[in-house]
Design a protein around this ligand. Structure first.
Ligand code: TYD
Length: 203
């Protein structure tokens, strides 16, 4: 059994398949007898879901700074309301996006700077950081083609999503022990096998 706390996050550009892969990994962990909490950002708590609605509504006119503060607010609430109690009870927590999304999208994509994001995020997280991060890497254009409807972030042009992908890969190169890059191409089952190959060590 893994050391406490144990938080695994799933990251990637929009349409990279992280939600599907998170569900598959959660099922695998449960089949091995682990208690699992699945959560998502923005969202998770009731307040987080309200914030998510504002953030992803394609009609919202948010400034990049307001956007950053809302993503961080959702995380601060979700951590204290759901994640910390689950970790304290020995539950494995799988989060669909976390801090790395904010660094990639707001820090690099919106150009607010990784340092600004990390400072604010430290306040939101109070020291909680993912133990392992699964980065599903896929070309954003291929990834976005998989989606029928587009949210506010997905309406950004290809240059924005390329910046986000490059940011993720740069972050993974800096923290190769924590951020594990998985090739997101191919059928969901094939990708799930790649993901489980890494995660099975944490049962
Ligand atoms: P996501 O929930 O992954 O979308 P979906 O469930 O539709 O696949 O992510 C929602 C969007 O929010 C996505 O475009 C990425 C963006 N995002 C940020 O820009 N910053 C953040 O900190 C987070 C958590 C998400």
């Amino acid at each position: 059994m893994a050391q406490q706390p144990f938080l695994i996050t799933f990251e990637g550009v929009d349409g990279s398949g992280k939600t599907t892969q998170l569900r598959a990994a959660a099922a695998q962990f449960r089949a091995c007898g682990r208690q699992v909490l699945e959560t998502a950002e923005p969202g998770g708590s009731v307040l987080g879901l309200e914030i998510r609605r504002i953030l992803l509504d394609s009609g919202s006119r948010l400034t990049p700074q307001a956007e950053l503060l809302l993503y961080t607010a959702s995380r601060a609430q979700n951590i204290r309301e759901l994640i910390l109690p689950a970790l304290a009870a020995g539950t494995l927590v799988l989060s669909d996006r976390f801090t790395d999304s904010t660094v990639a999208y707001q820090g690099y994509g919106r150009g607010l700077g990784a340092e600004t994001v990390r400072e604010l995020d430290a306040l939101a997280c109070g020291g909680l950081a993912p133990d392992v991060t699964v980065l599903l890497d896929l070309d954003p254009e291929t990834a976005l083609r998989r989606r029928a409807e587009r949210n506010r972030m997905e309406l950004e042009g290809p240059a924005f999503h390329q910046k986000v992908r490059a940011a993720y890969l740069e972050m993974a190169a800096r923290e190769p022990e924590r951020i594990r890059v998985i090739d997101g191409q191919g059928p969901a089952g094939t990708v799930a096998a790649r993901v489980w190959d890494i995660l099975k060590a944490y049962v």
